[in-house]
Ligand binder design. Structure first.
Ligand code: ASP
Length: 324
């Protein structure tokens, strides 16, 4: 190829990319997921570590496939969290923790950063996938949040899959409740709430979070996960999903604070997450976030956080303890 032609092609490529950038379109996707932060023992029961890592890898891989195929961020976030809800290892959907009355009350939220559309549901007892209900609330009701019997009735009216509450039971969570009842102060909550933050090939951001809450919580307690701005938030500059002691994340309006510092505050996702975790009480939990340009971030102040990150540069990792 002659030099003039080569220069012309290079010029055209630069022109197209600068037009894409000025139109706010990036060509890079990224995703982070979490399966909860908390007192995760470094010495985990045999096999559990491998099971958790395999589950995280499977979900992250799904994210890679969807994003490489150009799927919209909000759809990817919903699908990844649906997959995590169906995985009984984590505290969301099947495998959710028990409240003090021995029941499950599930909650979830989803937010599309490109439109600020959001949907949330709380106090669910029979909806198999709370994140799907949150998505329908966002798309079809004109409301942001439905709770309790109204949320369940709405789920019924749109034909969403409902299950007997025992479908969410696992022996492990029952044993946790027994330990909590015996000695409430000593139970180390392992977390295991789930979430995803996503940037798609068009630069749109979205986040989703789903949880069974905290073992031994009072009936009717609502945590940070379904509260937009507390456990879940996304705007044009940053998408955030939190996990840990929900009351701390609510008091600090943590997810919105991260997005504000990352975007108009100019810090970017990583520094914003670090700053907010430092503002919060020790060992409060963990935060995943992604901004418009940077790599996905997953940081925590607790002992561990089930987590994974991937992006279009080839990053693909899943971790439980240790630093990134
Ligand atoms: N943040 C959740 C809640 O307080 C629990 C968790 O992340 O493990 O409901």
């Amino acid at each position: 190829m002659n030099t003039i032609l080569q220069q012309w092609i290079t010029g055209q490529v630069l022109l197209v990319s600068s037009r894409l950038m000025s139109a706010g379109i990036t060509r890079d996707w990224g995703v982070a997921i979490h399966g909860g932060a908390g007192s995760i023992p470094v010495e985990m029961p045999p096999g559990r570590r491998d099971e958790c890592m395999a589950a995280l890898k499977g979900i992250l891989d799904l994210g890679v496939q969807l994003l490489s195929a150009g799927t919209a961020a909000v759809d990817v976030a919903e699908q990844l969290v649906t997959g995590l809800e169906d995985e009984p290892l984590f505290n969301a959907g099947r495998g959710s923790v028990f409240n003090i009355d021995g029941e499950h009350e599930l909650e979830a939220a989803i937010m599309d950063g490109s439109s600020l559309d959001c949907g949330a549901a709380a106090g669910l007892r029979t909806v198999r996938n709370p994140i799907r209900l949150a998505r329908c609330i966002m798309d079809h009701t004109g409301h942001v949040m439905l709770a309790g019997s109204g949320a369940e009735e709405y789920a019924q009216s749109i034909g969403m899959e409902r299950v007997d509450p025992s479908w969410f039971d696992t022996d492990r969570r029952l044993a946790e409740l027994e330990r909590y009842k015996a000695e409430p102060a000593t139970l180390e909550q392992e977390g295991s709430t789930v979430g995803a933050v996503v940037r798609d090939v068009e630069g749109r951001l979205a986040s989703a979070t789903s949880t069974g809450g905290m073992t031994g919580k009072m009936a009717g307690r609502i945590g940070d996960s379904p509260l937009v701005g507390c456990g879940t938030y996304a705007d044009e500059g940053c998408a955030v999903s939190c996990t840990g002691r929900g009351e701390d994340f609510v008091r600090h309006v943590a997810a919105h604070k991260v997005a504000l510092l990352a975007g108009s505050g100019g810090l970017g996702a990583r520094a914003a997450v670090e700053r907010v975790l430092r503002m919060m009480p020790d060992a409060a939990g963990g935060i995943i976030a992604i901004d418009r340009e940077g790599v996905p971030v997953a940081l925590f102040s607790s002992r561990g956080m089930y987590r994974g990150r991937a992006d279009s540069t080839g990053l693909f990792e899943t971790l439980i303890h240790g630093e990134e």
